[in-house]
Design a protein. Sequence first.
Length: 413
Amino acid sequence: MATKKRIWLRVLIIVFAALFAIVAILGITFAAVWNNEISTVSSMEKIRDRNDSHLDGAVYRMNVQGGFYFDDYLENGGAKSDKELISFITDHITRGLIDMTIKESDIGCSSFTAQAQNGDRLFGRNYDFAKTNTCITLCDPGDGRYKSFSTVDLQFVGMDVDKDVEGLMNKITCLAAPFAPLDGMNEKGVSCAIYMTYQGEETVATDQNDPQKPNITSTTMLRMILDYAANVDEAVALVQKYNLHDSANTSYHYMIADASGKSAILEWVPVNGTDLTDNDGTKRELVVTYNTGDQNIGEREGKSDFQWITNFILQPDYYENNDQKPGYDRYEEIYNRLNATNGIVENESAAMDILKAVGRRSWKNDDNNGCTVHSVVYNLTQKTVLWVSNENYGDKSATFTYSFETGKLEKAA
């Protein structure tokens, strides 16, 4: 009897040892396959709580490790629709574990470039929308690509605007954040951002179809710039290689700037088209408006080298009159403030004051649910960031700084 017990004990030991080995092998395999994803998900943390009475969403941070398959995305020809982009993300990043959606948007934003009194080049941006959760996304892709700081609206990767981001599956879903930047800056001092343009009698998304070019969507174009461009010229050259397919059934234009002081506005419009006739997104062509030597910039003469942008196409004769230009009042306010000082501001805080002046809560807000979700000033010379959530200007708990030199994201001192 004792012999039988010893035999069964040995069998059980062998079985448990085999099971333990299998679990260990699976764990090692899982860690090897998901190493970067595990590190990225583990890094996600809430750095500012929600305040629903003030229409403030929560603010998160995420340190993205690895290339998140963006090279594969470009090598495979990119994507010509949100559906294709979502399919790529679910297949490559989350291994089919999540279900993402990209919703239609109604965004009203403002931006400008300026020079600080000490000569530093600045890029300011307001992201105007409605209450939402935000993620400051710090990417370190490696493989010769540049580190970057970017801001992501988490509803565009499927997060509920009325809830905190909690639970493992929600955090796994947020692995898609690198593919959805709204603005950002890389370690070379290149900054870029996206702004809605409401083109056509009914807003029509740009949807180019040159069969000789690969395809790219709105936010992945920004990701490409942040990852690969060391200056404005490189950014423009990259964009020119692709068909643009704007996301969320909306139309956009874009601003890019670098540490040299050069900037450009990128717009897709039909040749000799107007807002009334611009109803076929496949007929649009890229027009690049630089900040020097181009009379199309804001239709101004004798201007300095600053640029500014809101939500209408800048090309001459596109609109019949200024009343048809979305965001024209904010555009005028920004211009008047910058023009009064020839595009020079004291420092980042002074640039933030301009963003505060045209914040959605204070600037002729006729939408009770509207707000400026975040305001940011990128110092392209020093490679530093000043970032404020939900128009809480002056509130240190809502103000964050970042430096590429130190790699630290910190609350304002």
